[in-house]
Design a protein around this ligand. Structure first.
Ligand SMILES: Cc1cc2nc3c(=O)[nH]c(=O)nc-3n(C[C@H](O)[C@H](O)[C@H](O)COP(=O)(O)OP(=O)(O)OC[C@H]3O[C@@H](n4cnc5c(N)ncnc54)[C@H](O)[C@@H]3O)c2cc1C
Length: 492
């Protein structure tokens, strides 16, 4: 396992393929530092005696102790621990911990490459290639991001129907030594601070769409890959220091006729498995949300309760009601994820067939519960902001700038007029509101909310998964029997 220093040292040696605001930047550019701070915690936690058990696992390939973010879930307990690790680490930063995309994509490709290798038309030994990549990923303790979301062009057209065929990443040439891919994946979190990028398809695919059924891995500084990075940081502080400086990044990852050697290709042309790869990454990622969203709720509950305390309204009935709503959403999301772990099996849902064994035996969370949890908590994020806004009042919207708070001419006056609770030193109140503003009223907050709402798939995607996989007919049967109606045809 690596230390944070080793992770950062390797980033410093990578090629320059990051573009940000008109400049070409280094991985260790000052603006990337807050995001690197967050990722580095995933290394610290694996060494810390207090969190070691939660944040490490035993590799099924080598028997070595590895970071849990690089692990393939071998049983239900592994999924429980991934959920709890995610909540634990997100609680340290009050936002996304940023490393779950890699573990979720790895678990999806692990199952898909195993099944696709059995195909008589397989272009290469997908699973053998995968296991080689995975062993290095685990042994070198690499960070991977997952590039699933395509730009998608005209939303109602399928990949092969688009006027521009590059709207979905696809294979433009197959060669004896590898493939050439073209297209752009978008909103790819932490690709600018990861070692590797795992690429998976974005949707279910059908005959004629073989070129889009492609899974592969490339180093994130690879030749033929350009990243246009959006960095989300909060306003720097000079006087009122934070406990930790956090940030995050998202990239347009552009594959500009990028050559990928066969040993890094894990799927190429098998449309059924391409669709399952899309579904499985989304499923594992929605399960990760059952760790991070409850953690975000933990943070929102803390913000709401402290704002109420500072405002002296914590015992009022409307505040109690709002706090109970936040608690219910967070803990229901957690419970859904817990159940998804507990009912996990090495099985996948095949449209028209139902659940079938899939993959080499690694565990896949229960789809209904993972989707229910992600949808419930994802849809709630703007309502959570409404609750924070309600409790805080207008103060965060016009809060004085830090330099005015520190200026000897205005400091004492502002402290006098900002003080709302004699039991809490005004300096503490100021630190709290500056943090509240970072969370809810900054540019960084806006992007985070969009990520929390759409990441892992917009709510409509979960609703489609839920309604297409849920046994609604059996519910009609319950009513038919109680109402004395005839049983459905074919039902005993
Ligand atoms: C901050 C952030 C971080 C992210 N990180 C990652 C990441 O690390 N990796 C990754 O792969 N992705 C990532 N995503 C992408 C995320 O998964 C997508 O935003 C999400 O899947 C929605 O896709 P979209 O943004 O293209 O929106 P769209 O799919 O365009 O949705 C916009 C609207 O159009 C509707 N719509 C779209 N298509 C159809 C259709 N065919 N029929 C009817 N209605 C339709 C949708 O329901 C929605 O209402 C991230 C997103 C954000 C905001």
């Amino acid at each position: 396992m690596r230390t944070r220093e080793q992770y950062i040292e390797r980033l410093g040696k990578m090629n320059r393929n990051l573009y940000c605001n008109g400049e070409k930047i280094d991985r260790l550019d000052e603006r990337q530092q807050p995001a690197i701070n967050v990722m580095a915690l995933t290394f610290d936690a694996a060494w810390d005696p207090e969190s070691k058990d939660l944040c490490t696992a035993t590799s099924h390939l080598t028997g070595q102790t590895i970071n849990r973010f690089n692990h393939i879930h071998q049983n239900k307990e592994d999924l429980h621990k991934k959920q709890d690790m995610t909540r634990f680490l997100c609680n340290k930063v009050g936002q996304c911990i940023q490393r779950c995309m890699g573990v979720d994509a790895a678990n999806a490709i692990n199952a898909v490459s195993f099944e696709a290798q059995k195909s008589p038309k397989a272009k290469t030994a997908y699973y053998d290639n995968w296991l080689k990549w995975l062993e290095r990923f685990q042994t070198e303790d690499l960070v991977a991001s997952c590039a699933q979301t395509d730009v998608k062009g005209e939303r109602l057209k399928r990949p092969a129907e688009q006027a521009d065929p590059d709207m979905y990443v696809h294979v433009v040439e197959e060669r004896s030594d590898g493939i050439i891919v073209r297209g752009s994946k978008v909103h790819i979190s932490e690709a600018s601070i990861s070692d590797e990028i795992l690429v998976v398809p974005n949707r279910a695919l059908k005959k004629g769409e073989e070129a889009y059924a492609v899974c592969f891995a490339v180093p994130s500084d690879y030749e033929g890959v350009k990243q246009v990075v959006h960095i989300h940081n909060t306003r720097k502080r000079e006087h009122y220091q934070k406990g930790i400086e956090v940030g995050y990044t998202d990239s347009y990852v552009i594959f500009d006729d990028c050559f990928v050697p066969w040993e890094r290709v894990f799927l190429c042309g098998e449309t059924v498995h391409g669709g399952i790869a899309a579904l499985l990454f989304a499923l594992f990622h929605r399960h990760s949300y059952s760790g991070c969203k409850p953690a975000m709720l933990d943070y929102v509950i803390g913000l709401a309760a402290l704002a109420a305390e500072i405002n002296g309204i914590e015992k009022t009935p409307h505040v109690r009601e709002m706090l109970s709503k936040l608690i219910m959403t967070g803990e229901l999301g957690y419970a859904a994820g817990y159940t998804a772990s507990d009912l996990a099996k090495p099985e996948v849902y095949m449209p028209g067939v139902g659940n079938v064994p899939y993959g080499p035996g690694s565990y896949i969370p229960h789809s209904i519960y993972a989707n229910v949890g992600r949808c419930l908590t994802g849809e709630a994020v703007f309502h959570e902001q409404e609750i924070l806004c309600n409790i805080a009042g207008g103060l965060p919207a016009t809060f004085p700038f830090e330099k005015d708070l520190a200026n000897p001419e205005t400091k004492a006056l502002l402290e006098k007029y900002l003080n709302r609770n004699p039991k809490i030193p005004v300096e503490e109140q100021i630190k709290f509101w500056l943090n509240f503003i970072d969370f809810g009223l900054s540019a960084s907050a806006g992007s985070m909310l969009y990520g929390a709402y759409h990441g892992g798939g917009s709510p409509i995607m979960e609703q489609i998964a839920i309604t297409s996989q849920y046994d609604i007919e059996s519910k009609k049967d319950i009513v038919r029997e109680i109402a004395g109606m005839k049983p459905r045809q074919g039902k005993k």
